[in-house]
Design a protein around this ligand. Sequence first.
Ligand code: ARG
Length: 286
Amino acid sequence: MKPMSTRRFLQIAGLSAAALLLAACGKKEEAPAPAPVASAPAPAPAKVYVVGTDAAYAPFESQNEKGEIVGFDIEVVQAIAKKAGFEVKFVNTPWEGIFNALAQGDRDMVVSAVTITEERKGTMDFSDPYFDAQQLIAVKESSKVAKFADLKKLKVGVQTGTTGDEAVTKLLGKTNTNIKRFESTPLALKELEAGGVDAVVADNGVVIHYVANNPGGKFKTVSDKEFVPEQYGIAIKKGNTELLQKVNQGLAAIKADGTYDQIFTKYFGAPPATAEAAAPASAASK
Ligand code: ARG
């Protein structure tokens, strides 16, 4: 697996060790409640948050042979949870309904290589960014495609409702029937292999991973500076500032203590690159 090329690493300025408030556990002498417990009260169980993820997006989230949800995003959230003192339960959730499930409270957060966009910020909150990404084109080795604009007259596969879908929709036009929308990114890439589409546009990490792991598909990738830099964030139900703060604190802590770099290296072969090798300073606003 090739390491990802460009990682701008966000600096964490002075992480303040936020003190956890422990409820004072003095003995209750006049407990009004019946049957006071003699021994020290057990600590309140950690809260379990339900995390939605579309687990068809390796290496960020996928299911292993045992059906367990694994991946970079999963380990990042697990590490955050450990630092911030809460528990998480991952639930495989189709991309198309994922933000609805969040808005309705069926999920407390979504980790799914979700790009932070202004539009999405209208309906959900985002953690601080945790990963830099960009769209990348996958084509057959024999393809003449050399840049994004070359896709204009071709059949292009995307995952419905992703930033790849948005980019292609902008280039080809909203009603263009040459845009083939799929439920998942692997399905779009399978269709490329089968010849049903001429190209697929999706997140670079996923495309690189797929191409590297499917040599039989005879794919190549084409990058283009036209694609705007993207950043992934953990989406949190709008208004849940308590959870948002915990997640941001946990994220800052795992970046500060090297845990984030360890996970990054495990999945991408090298620690995140520093800014100069990376894409131009991200235009994405906070
Ligand atoms: N980063 C892209 C977006 O936010 C694609 C994410 C798709 N993630 C997934 N697990 N299917 O639109």
